[in-house]
Design a protein around this ligand. Sequence first.
Ligand SMILES: [Zn+2]
Length: 292
Amino acid sequence: MEKSLKLIIAFFSVVLVLFVGFFLFKHQSNASNSSGWDYQHPDMWKDMFPKDCAGSKQSPIDITFGDDMVTKQTMEFIWNNYQNPPENMTLTNNGHSVQLDVQWKMNHWIPYLSVEEDSPEYVFSNLHFHWGAHNTEGSEHTINGHGLPLEVHMVHFKREYKTIVNASNYQDGIMVIASFYNVTSKNSTAIQDIINAAEKVRDEGSSAHIDNFLLSDFEVLRDTPSWVSYNGSLTTPRCLEVVTWFLALKPYDMTEDQIKKIRSLKLSHGDDHDNRPTQPLNGRKIFYYEFR
Ligand SMILES: [Zn+2]
């Protein structure tokens, strides 16, 4: 009897040690994640991730309408499946942004786009926000040196590369559609769809299901008189130079109340913004498009 009691105590001691060990490990690995890069010292990314963040084709950039701009007018944007109702939408505060991930019932319902008929298809992967502490800053790209309060990134990967992770290995692997928002008296319904759940994801690492809405609610699908495009990088480490950027030039409307809700999200390291400073163009061309 006494022997079996000792065995039981020994067993539970081992279980306890494993449990405590697991939680210490988990806590440490979380801590080491958040002790990484931040937005207060973006100049340090080059030292932390020298292979790519110190590269010559980095993003974001300042868009100026000068000699680097090449005018092209013959291209068409083809959005497919963005009007399909999702099966599930999840909003996550990953400490560097708030990200929307979406699932559809069938694979062939997933949104994708191409920039011309018969050109490669890029499949929707996720959508996230970049913002700042004041209305004069927040966007990652700037236009003639001016920032806007919010920039939304719709991230897509090239279909032939199968996954976003694999696509990140190729120079033409990722396409990001960027749109800008200004603070006015008009509400954005698409932004509202997301910030309805902002309170549930206020803390870093938190995640919540949100009420399904259509990605076609985003203004960029309906109202884009002009675009610019250039080749650049992801704007977060590892800063991989694998992105074809398309920026919708006309800013859309959102209210002061909406941007305040976004600013109430807590980022890692107490960051109050998640926009990387603009990077040198280094001779790259910027293409300008107008669509009918
Ligand atoms: Zn982004």
